[in-house]
Structure formats: structure tokens, C-alpha cells
Design a protein. Sequence first.
Length: 103
Amino acid sequence: MDARSRWRTVEPYPFAELPPTYHNLVTQTQDPTNSPDQRDQIEQVIFDAVKKGNGEVIQYNIKPIYEGTNPIPIRLDFTAFGNKGFTFTHSLENPAAGVRTGV
């Protein structure tokens, strides 16, 4: 069975077989950036829009913003929009960027 078939049948997808998508992962400060800030200021707003139940499909994007050669983003820019008019933008500073300043 190929990987796509396993995914569709909701079988466990072994970590070793995941494609190399590490470019989609970033270091983020847990407190306060991830929680409570991201949870309360962003994720809750989007959750509430979906929960309305009007069938709106919402696309949610996060763009990490880097400075210089620092591999940790200084800010995360969030955008979301729906097919029935929902729009949302927000930015969060990422204190984790100050922990490591070079490769």
C-alpha cells in the first residue's frame, strides 16, 4: 500500500516515512507567544468563525519573518480568509529569536 493510500484510510503514518518538510517548522516561544497569545488572539478567533456553522471554508496561513542569518523567526504573521467573507490578519513577536542569533 502506498503512503497516500495509508493516509486516506487513516492508518498511522510512520514518522520515518514523512517527507522532508522541516522547512515548515519553526522555533516559537511557548509563553506567551504560543499560549496564551496565539491561542487567544488568533486560534480562538478562527475557531469561532468555523464554529458558526454557516459552511464557510477558512484557509489559515502563518508566515515566519526572519532577520539576518538568524534561523529563528523574529515574528509570525498570520492571515486567514474564508469563502464567505471572513478575513483576519495578526502578527506575533517571537522572543525565541533573541535566544540564538546565528547558525
